[in-house]
Design a protein. Structure first.
Length: 192
């Protein structure tokens, strides 16, 4: 038995918030692991919107969804997540149960194409408006490389300065591992 990795903890937290029929977002589809996880949980009556800027990622996600038999409930968008609001039908605004960000570059792909702190911040600001009262945003950040370090710092600052009367923010971070391991930030609406 050992502590879950940041990505595993993100799944644990999200799994508690979503059910069949939920509307959810994968803001960084990548190789499709998180999209398939979400699609399995929400079932064919739910809805997953998955975003990525790379054709290779959208294609890998499409194949993985089809292999898992969950393609019908997913809509894949080759768009930057900073345009999340514009690409999500209005009826879902304020009703999204989970928005997952798994930052960085496409594993096995072009390492120079990575998430960037400015577009990630824009997407997070929009995400705050999109989640339901019981919704959750998860962000797995990778401070171990240069671009990732800057982005990870921006996320911590973003979370720290959110009004606690409106949102609650937690950080899940291994304190004593070397090489700046990935960490998780999760955001929920504050209870009334
Ligand atoms: C670590 S991977 C995601 C892993 C994925 N969630 C999975 O389960 O396989 C990060 C992804 O973010 C994508 N990305 C980079 N900038 C983006 C942006 N502005 N909007 C959406 N996706 C972006 C990259 O192309 C890459 O595929």
């Amino acid at each position: 038995m050992s502590f879950p990795k940041a990505t595993e903890m993100a799944h644990e937290l999200v799994a508690k918030r979503i059910r069949k029929r939920s509307c959810v977002v994968d803001a960084t589809a990548g190789n499709g692991h998180d999209t398939v996880f979400l699609a399995e949980r929400v079932g064919p009556t739910g809805k997953v919107f998955a975003f990525d800027i790379q054709e290779a990622a959208i294609e890998a996600t499409r194949v993985r969804l089809e292999e898992a038999g969950h393609a019908t409930q997913a809509t894949l968008k080759m768009e930057s997540h900073e345009h999340l609001g514009a690409h999500l039908p209005k009826r879902h605004h304020g009703h999204v149960q989970a928005i997952m960000f798994n930052l960085g570059y496409l594993p096995g792909g072009d390492k120079s194409v990575t998430t960037r702190w400015d577009s990630t911040m824009a997407a997070l600001r929009t995400s705050l408006e999109l989640i339901s009262d019981s919704g959750i945003i998860t962000v797995t950040a990778y401070p171990g490389h240069r671009e990732g370090g800057e982005e990870a710092n921006a996320i911590v600052q973003f979370g720290r300065w959110l009004d606690p009367r409106e949102y609650r923010v937690l950080q899940y971070h291994f304190l004593n591992l070397t090489n700046d391991p990935p960490f998780l930030v999760a955001i929920e609406r504050a209870p009334e």
